[in-house]
Design a protein around this ligand. Structure first.
Ligand code: NAD
Length: 249
């Protein structure tokens, strides 16, 4: 594991699923972690279970994201790592998708990433050090999935945001990168139903769904001091899902 001792981290959407896996692995590396989530009950439970602290946030509010970062700075004196991981993925066919469906998806997944990253970058710039790791997806930028056109757009959008932001802060000791998970077994994915989970499993060449910690370890690398020369990049963690099979395979 990379040495994350003395590092102060915020993980949005850290109460459950991939975020919880990121929290667990950051703590394993020695980081002090603040879980920031809209689900207070699950957030408090995960914080107690893993040895983190919890703060309520709705990432669709710019004021709430700024207040969260201000509180963390007040309590810990600095912020080294932001994992902008919050995301939602309700399905909607394109024919029936409403403006509200579209807006909700983008408000949480894309605008939430903008608000949290912007808030975190202010103290990171002052201290001359920071690591931002965004949880995107293979869906959108690389693959597509029926009934997820709004989700795919938000996830591809996160990558466009990440690349330009990385260049803006490249001289400030701050790196901004993304992980692109494939099919990871989380509460959110399980909510889509068993036949959907079976279909998702069949799509993965290694033969199983990923675990939240599989994403966490990639995040820990990008969040480490050792990854200082990597910015504006993505790591795909998908069990080989996006590899095209050669015709003779
Ligand atoms: P999940 O539903 O299990 O967990 C998401 C967490 O975000 C929850 O704790 C929820 O309370 C929180 N959250 C939702 N809306 C919020 C808001 N407005 N403000 C603050 N917190 C909020 O989801 P997951 O599967 O762990 O997904 C996490 C991230 O990984 C998402 O960005 C998702 O797009 C991405 N992802 C997941 C998969 C997968 O297979 N599970 C694949 C690719 C990408």
């Amino acid at each position: 594991m990379f040495d994350l001792n003395q590092q102060i981290a915020i993980v949005t959407g850290g109460a459950k699923g991939i975020g919880k896996g990121i929290v667990a692995t950051l703590i394993q590396g020695g980081a002090t972690v603040v879980i920031a989530d809209i689900d207070e009950a699950a957030g408090k439970q995960t914080a107690a279970e893993l040895g983190a602290t919890f703060k309520t946030v709705d990432v669709t509010s710019q004021a709430a994201c700024k207040a969260l970062v201000d509180e963390v700075i007040q309590e810990h004196g600095r912020l080294d790592i932001l994992c902008s991981n919050t995301g939602i993925f309700p399905q909607a066919s394109l024919a029936e998708m409403t403006e509200a469906d579209w807006d909700q998806m983008h408000n949480v997944n894309l605008k939430g990433t903008f608000f949290m990253t912007q808030a975190a970058l202010a103290p990171m710039k002052k201290q001359g050090y920071g690591r931002v790791v965004i949880t995107s997806s293979i869906t959108g930028a690389i693959t597509g999935y029926p009934n997820w056109s709004h989700y795919g757009a938000s996830k591809a959008g996160q990558l466009g945001f990440m690349r330009s932001a990385a260049l803006e802060y490249a001289k400030d000791g701050i790196t901004i990168n993304a992980v692109m998970p494939g099919n990871i077994l989380t509460e959110g994915l399980a909510d889509q139903g068993q036949s959907y989970l079976d279909q998702m499993t069949r799509a993965v060449p290694v033969g199983t769904l990923g675990k939240p910690e599989d994403i966490g370890y990639a995040v820990c690398f990008l969040a480490s001091k050792e990854a200082s020369f990597i910015t504006g990049q993505t790591i795909i963690v998908d069990g080989g899902q996006i590899l095209p099979e050669s015709p003779e395979a």
